[in-house]
Design a protein around this ligand. Sequence first.
Ligand code: ATP
Ligand code: MG
Ligand code: FE
Length: 356
Amino acid sequence: LRILGIETSCDETAAAVVLRHPDGRGEILGDVVLSQLDEHSPYGGVVPEIAARAHVDALDGLIREALARADLPLSGVDAIAATSGPGLIGGLIVGLMTGKAMARAAGKPLYAVNHLEGHALTARLTDGLTFPYLMLLVSGGHTQLVLVRGVGDYVRWGTTIDDALGEAFDKTAKLLGLPYPGGPAVEAAALSGDPKRFAFPRPMVGETRLDFSFSGLKTAVRQAAEGLQPVSEQDVSDIAASFQRAVSRTLEERIGRGLQRFRDEFPAFEGRPALVVAGGVAANKALRQTLLDLCAKNGFDFVAPPIRLCTDNAVMIAWAGLERMAAGLPADPLDVQPRSRWPLDAGAQALVGYGK
Ligand code: ATP
Ligand code: MG
Ligand code: FE
């Protein structure tokens, strides 16, 4: 089975062709991503209207390029998968309508894919994981700990009650006068900082429910910066390092609790269970190390797909479509609507589950 995937939910326009071998292995035949970073960086964040226009400009060319790299005409794919939510509605309309038009013109089935399902299933393409496993998604728009039980069968164990983790990095960077996107800038500044100089809060730590909260941390960063006028380069580094340490410790406790819950829920699990990370924040080396150590301590495998497949891309959308096809899930009708909000566990159906 070969499928064309389209992703336009945020600030990356992407198209990919992925093949699923009969034995279940996946193979990426063509993969192109165009980041709109340069268009949004003057504004310090993603501007929805600019994003939608940029998707319109870029998408056709990227689809052509993905097919060319796969050396296939449109008639050579078996289906089309397009992200239909959650995300910025303008971008979703562009990608989903393009997918619908192509599906109609080529007479192929259309799969309207949940962007989060793409992130959740990527590790099965890259690492051949079997169900169930835990997935931590940490990006600019999402912070979720999800139990992945099967294709179409997800349980959200925790989510952020305010800012996403990537957003917290971006806002912290802005407060410190560092460039957008904030994650890489904060990480770089933290390298030469003292992580113990500021005792920043660790929201939600100790709570039994597995949610996250990062807006208090941002406020603490602002107060620390305001208390130091002028703020020297060393101060910036110290705040960045202290912020990253607070995030690290928070994740350690929150995710540690999640690993324990997994053990409780699957007492008969054979072998080593896995924690998968996804999202742009997964690029952070300090946080990766924290999660790696935590997993090692708890007997979990730590699975981090290549960053290119952790951040937004169309390979994961194509792959989610392939997984749905292989699981015998029906294609979507051509009047399917994009959804800016679409929780992963809404209306989930178990089709390929634990033990299969
Ligand atoms: P969505 O949330 O809809 O999937 P997004 O575009 O916001 O989309 P990604 O592209 O996956 O998400 O990730 C971007 C986020 O990752 C930004 O908030 C950025 O600051 C953060 N990020 C990138 N690199 C790092 C890093 N080294 N450390 C911390 N955060 C990082
Ligand atoms: Mg992005
Ligand atoms: Fe994403």
